[in-house]
Design a protein around this ligand. Structure first.
Ligand code: SF4
Ligand code: SF4
Length: 433
């Protein structure tokens, strides 16, 4: 084997493909195989393509591009694989290898650079976006834009997302996320709250409610200023080096707080936070620090359960269903806690949907860049949601939340079915505003 191929194998984490025995048990679990029906768009097919590149049978890496782009990264395949193939690592390495070799047009290059390096990692930039959205809503521009039909004409289906985006909080309220909130009653834990980038800019209300819920459950909650984006969007888009840089910034920032747990409320972010150890495993200086950070990282549902749950003020009768976040279920392995919390609320009838563990098609920015493929997955999901006759769909991730709202909108049921983050649902039951 020549040195070039050896280096490529290392870059692609080729050795990890060895444990795939081609059994195909992963095929029924894969949403893109279910909707596209192509072997190259299944986990086994994608692994095979990487194998062939590593063995020099495919020399043009662009052959990997479409199959890898159309993978949701939901990692449902890992959960059913009998030989424990680390598909997530294979996918991450393949995407990074493709991105390193790809020549983007100047506008795309500038857009990627701006978003990944200047916007997502910057709290100021994300706050500015949140405030601009608030101004857009309150100034009447939104009303005008919708009425004039401009929104419907936006490219890449952005108009669909404009309609479902949650209302922004005011700049005054935005500035009010307290740096420290004391536990109500006897203190059980001290937690450092991970605000996230998109969560903080677009879903600030849910962050506010999260802090209040944690405090009501008995946690001292610390929110530190110098935290940054988790890096998940970067890792999923082949920007692995930038993702590692953000991980290091977060590790160093959270080391300054004496906390029992680092708590997040977004399944996608949490999945990368618990994998910081793996992300920085090859960097001796960071390896142990990353592992410690990952061990402390928990989803809010876990901490609320350990605190004894939520004190309910009152709750009227309601039928609900739960759309799992793939990353929370398949990577963080957090599955029972959200259900435990939902079921603890009196008068709530929980109905599980068919194929509950299947991805909704959101997957970070997948629904924006692969809109049609994503809508095929969503439409299948909505069939099963409709069968439950639930009036409320509960989710635990911002992407899933928007995607399910889009599903409800496509079904023209926005007046009958609401979509809530678990935190919103629990806060409502606890009488927290
Ligand atoms: S990834 Fe796992 S389940 Fe899928 S074909 Fe390979 S060994 Fe079988
Ligand atoms: S991560 Fe999800 S979409 Fe991608 S191959 Fe695995 S099951 Fe299929």
């Amino acid at each position: 084997m020549n040195d070039k191929l050896k280096a490529l194998r290392e870059e692609l984490k080729y050795d990890k493909t060895d444990s795939c025995v081609q059994c195909g048990y992963c095929l029924p679990a894969c949403p893109t195989y279910a909707t596209m029906g192509k072997e190259t768009h299944s986990p086994r097919g994608r692994i095979n393509l990487v194998k062939m590149v590593g063995e020099g049978k495919i020399t043009d890496l662009s052959v990997l591009e479409e199959p890898m782009d159309l993978c949701l990264g939901c990692r449902a395949c890992e959960t059913v694989c009998p030989t424990g193939v680390e598909y997530g690592s294979i996918l991450e390495a393949a995407r990074a290898a493709i991105t390193r070799r790809k020549t983007y047009s100047a506008p795309v290059r500038i857009l990627r650079h701006t978003l990944f390096k200047r916007v997502f990692p910057s709290r100021q930039a994300m706050n500015l976006i949140g405030n601009a959205k608030w101004f857009y809503e309150k100034s009447g521009v939104q009303k005008l834009a919708r009425k004039s039909g401009v929104i419907a004409k936006l490219p890449s289906h952005l108009g669909d997302f404009e309609v479902i985006a949650p209302p922004a909080v005011s700049p005054l309220e935005r500035s009010r996320l307290p740096r420290f909130t004391a536990a109500r009653g006897a203190k059980k834990y001290t937690v450092a709250f991970f605000t996230g980038c998109v969560m903080d800019a677009m879903f600030r209300r849910i962050n506010h409610l999260s802090v209040k819920l944690l405090a009501a459950a008995g946690c001292d909650v610390v929110v530190i200023d110098n935290q940054t984006c988790c890096g998940a969007l970067h890792a999923h888009s082949g920007e692995l080096d930038e993702s590692k840089r953000l991980a290091k910034r977060n590790i160093a920032a959270f080391e300054q707080v004496e906390a029992d747990f680092i708590v997040n409320n977004a399944g996608g972010c949490g999945a990368l936070l618990v994998e910081y150890g793996h992300l920085l495993a090859d960097e001796p200086e960071w390896k142990e620090r990353a592992k410690r950070f990952a061990e402390k990282s928990k989803d809010i549902s876990q901490v609320l359960v350990w605190c004894g749950g939520v004190s309910v003020a009152k709750h009227s009768a309601e039928r609900v269903t739960y759309q799992r976040s793939c990353h929370m279920t398949n990577v963080q392995k957090v599955n029972k806690e959200p259900l435990q919390l939902i079921r603890s609320i009196p008068n709530v009838e929980f109905v599980e949907m068919k194929e509950a563990e299947m991805c909704c098609g959101s997957a970070g920015i997948y629904n924006i860049v692969n809109f049609d493929a994503s809508m095929d997955i969503l439409d299948r999901k909505m069939e099963y949601v409709n069968d439950t006759l639930a009036a409320t769909i509960i989710t635990t991730n911002p992407g899933c939340l928007l995607q399910m709202k889009l599903g409800v909108e496509r079904e023209q049921k926005s007046g009958q079915v609401r979509v809530l983050h678990l935190v919103e649902f629990l806060a409502e039951a606890a009488g927290i505003e």
